[in-house]
Write a protein that binds this ligand. Structure first.
Ligand SMILES: [Zn+2]
Length: 94
């Protein structure tokens, strides 16, 4: 998601991360909650690898709305490997 710079008359500039469809809307100042208009500046061009960019975006998203685990992890992820050597079958098991 892109970052947009807004300017509060009392507090100064602050950045807002929001979807592009909401780019023209005014933002609420995080300090004084006054409505603040968007200002235009130099574009924040990034030449990050796609994986790193995705991880950073996920980090920003999780700051506002973290994903919550609702069930404990099951054993479905564990796979039992069968022994291919018959001598391994005679080994003691935990
Ligand atoms: Zn303010």
């Amino acid at each position: 998601m892109p970052t947009y710079r807004h300017h509060c008359v009392q507090c100064g500039a602050f950045d807002v991360i929001r979807p592009m469809r909401e780019s023209g809307a005014d933002a609420t100042c995080p300090t004084c909650t006054a409505p603040s208009r968007r200002v235009f500046g130099a574009p924040a061009l990034r030449a990050l690898p796609a994986g790193l960019r995705g991880a950073l975006d996920a980090q920003h998203r999780s700051a506002d709305a973290p994903q919550v685990v609702t069930t404990p992890p099951g054993r479905s992820g564990r796979t039992q490997r069968r022994a291919t050597d018959p001598r391994q079958l005679r080994l003691p098991r935990p």
